[in-house]
Design a protein around this ligand. Sequence first.
Ligand SMILES: [Zn+2]
Length: 223
Amino acid sequence: MYKCEYCNKEYKKESTLAVHLCEPKRRHMQKGEPHVQLGYRAYQLFYQIGTNSKKEKTYSDFATSQYYIAFCKFGYYCRDIGIDDVPGYVRYLLGKQARLDHWTRDKYFTEWMKERQKTESTDRAVERTIIFLEKWALENDTVFSKYFEDISPNLATFHICSGKVSPWVLFNSSSAQNLIDTFNNEQLKMVTEYLDIDFWQRKMNTNPSDTHWTKEILEKAGL
Ligand SMILES: [Zn+2]
């Protein structure tokens, strides 16, 4: 007899076992997929932080967990939205005591990104934005310094309102300012509502050396 190591079902022929697919085996085979890996990492943190447990959860623990589907759904969400710091986001959600089935709500992501933008250092904000622009350039077979010239106002609005482009870059790059000039009223309204403009004006005025540094580095980068 040939036994499936995942569900213990037995077959007379090895060839039947080879084509047999049960849910535990499917989960095992999906291990390498990006959304599963993201979900798995989030699951580990969930236990590590939530229960203060020292022992790291294994993939097998994850695959047999009742939360497997919920975490994979969260993994899809993180992948689709392009969250660059999933562990940081998971810590935020745990801190907010958000219910697991609410982790894919945009409301949480928006709040987290707004908070993060306001507290991250200037160089981290610029670095994070440039990494995003480089990714965009690679996908569009161009160079990152073309972003503000070539991007459509609609897509730019979406990127700004999902925190991909930091206000540090948006307000200190001359090509970004040119792009904003082409926004229609609706796009301007969305960006203004997302960004707390007064906060950013104050922040830049009270940190003139950071503002100067950002302008200089963006100019050198052709932005
Ligand atoms: Zn099986």
